[in-house]
Design a protein around this ligand. Structure first.
Ligand code: GDP
Ligand code: IMO
Ligand code: MG
Length: 432
């Protein structure tokens, strides 16, 4: 009877969607609390694969109610398309089953245009954003010039607000970035159509969820992105513009601190990153190829949202400890252990070397992350991927895989409760 929070401990794509789907079996509400359609959460159930960007991953379970919290920035076009696709896959998405916070912000084409123009103007210093308008949307939110979902409840006001925003941004597009302006009237008309469709979904979700928690129901909060992409606590400026960390769940859903139960950190058995920014344990060449895959398998490391190849590297225990600290993680789930099968030696980063000293804490400032990682070597296992994917019991894992997990647990200082060995619901090992 509590709020349990699922948070990524790395740079996103840890397998949060897969873990949310697993734990949603015991939840009444599944609630996204940050980000927008920059997220891509994959859920595999039998022969069906769902790629969700805005709809919470737990809605595949028919008993749950999905929530889009005030912490999100929502592209209504993307959301409506996603509702259609999800429905076509046999999942019932109705205004009864999906509630959207009145205080979530609305993404318009103005933000998409700004995202693109800003990235282009950054040149070599680009962030490598998903170009979904996320940064500009949070920018306008903080500047108090954003558009909130609640405005959709009055179509006339909404049309005016959309038009005013597009006109304002057009000034910037023309004068600062020297790009084509957007068609104000066309967009205002299009957005009125979205408002008509989405109005029945809009609610004060803070009140809804608080009531549910008080009456003993379970809420599962689903983070997007990951700790190291957090605007405050990540590898700034190579971050997203929201708070994926656990505290973001409280602000992003409008819930009091006292409700929090478990804080479940999702950690990939190695490390990946999409976009620019520091990555101390990054590997290249043949090892990278082995970790990334070639794109043949659905879980190979290519972005769910953008299709970009993900950068890959060894697990970084310094950053993992930091994630445990920042989020107050109470337990970890390790995903993709199967992918490490067949590697002779595994490496875990336990510190960074600089000026003849070893550092065990997150260095201050992005340039310091260029420190040389200090590695601990552990033996790999010979069993092939299929064997690991077929294992359901701790004792069934090769000794070397058990040792690898135990070492991560020691270094993180937090119990590992679940090990995911495949994308499917049942491909999981529970640790008593
Ligand atoms: P998210 O953004 O954190 O939800 O993660 P993504 O969905 O972007 O990327 C994770 C990918 O790995 C998806 O294709 C999942 O289906 C897949 N996946 C999750 N857990 C496992 C696992 O334990 N083993 C394998 N092989 N694939 C997994
Ligand atoms: P999920 O929820 C991985 C990255 C982008 C870029 C940076 C800023 O699937 O884990 P943005 O478009 O947010 O302004 O881009 O953040 N990024 C993600 N990387 N997984 C994600 O989401 C991401 N969402 C944003 O690649 O480096
Ligand atoms: Mg993803």
């Amino acid at each position: 009877m509590a709020l349990n929070i699922i948070v990524g401990t790395q740079w996103g794509d840890e397998g949060k969607g897969r873990v949310v789907d697993l734990l949603a079996a015991e939840a009444d509400y599944v609630a996204r609390y940050n980000g927008g359609d920059n997220a891509g959460h994959t859920v595999t159930v039998g022969d069906q694969t769902f790629k969700l960007h805005l709809i919470p991953s737990g809605v595949i379970h028919p008993h749950t109610i999905g929530i889009i919290g005030n912490g999100l920035v929502v592209n209504p076009k993307v959301l409506l398309e996603e509702i259609e696709i999800t429905r076509a896959s046999g999942v019932e998405i109705t205004p009864e089953r999906l509630r959207i916070s009145h205080a979530a912000h609305v993404i318009t084409p103005a933000y998409l245009a700004l995202d693109k123009a800003r990235e282009q103007s950054r040149g070599d210093e680009k962030i490598g954003t998903t170009l979904r308008g996320i940064g500009p949307a949070y920018n306008h939110k903080a500047a108090r010039s954003g558009l909130r979902m609640e405005t959709m409840l009055s179509l006339e006001d909404f049309a005016e607000a959309v038009a005013a925003q597009i006109e304002g941004v057009n000034e910037v597009l023309i004068n600062l970035y020297e790009t084509e302006p957007l068609d104000t009237l066309e967009i205002a008309k299009e957005y009125v159509g979205y408002a008509q469709e989405l109005a029945p979904y809009i609610e004060n979700v803070s009140s809804l969820l608080t009531e549910a928690l008080r009456s003993g129901e379970n809420v599962l909060a689903e983070g997007a992105q990951g700790t190291l992409l957090d605007i405050d606590h990540g590898t700034y400026p190579y971050v997203t513009s929201s708070n994926p960390t656990a505290a973001g769940a409280l602000v992003g859903l409008g819930l009091g601190v006292g409700h929090v139960g478990r804080v479940i950190g999702v950690t990939k058995a190695f490390q990946t990153r999409v976009g620019e920014g520091p990555f101390p344990t990054e590997v290249f060449g043949e090892t990278a190829q082995q970790l990334r895959g070639t794109g043949d398998k659905p879980w190979d490391e290519f972005g769910t949202t953008t299709g970009r190849p993900r950068r890959v590297g060894w697990l970084d225990a310094v950053l993992l400890r930091y994630a445990v600290q920042i989020n107050g993680i109470t337990e970890l789930t390790i995903t993709k252990l199967d992918v490490l099968s067949g590697l002779d030696t595994l490496y875990i980063c336990t510190g960074y070397q600089a000026d003849g000293e070893t550092h065990h804490d997150l260095p201050l400032g992005p340039t310091d992350l260029d420190y040389e990682p200090e590695y601990e070597e552990l033996p790999g296992w010979e069993a092939d991927e299929a064997d690991i994917m077929g294992t359901r019991k701790w004792g069934g894992l090769p000794q070397a895989a058990q040792a690898y997990i135990q070492r991560i647990e020691e270094l993180a200082g937090t119990p590992i409760r679940l090990i995911s060995v495949g994308p499917e619901r049942e491909q999981v090992i529970e640790i008593e």
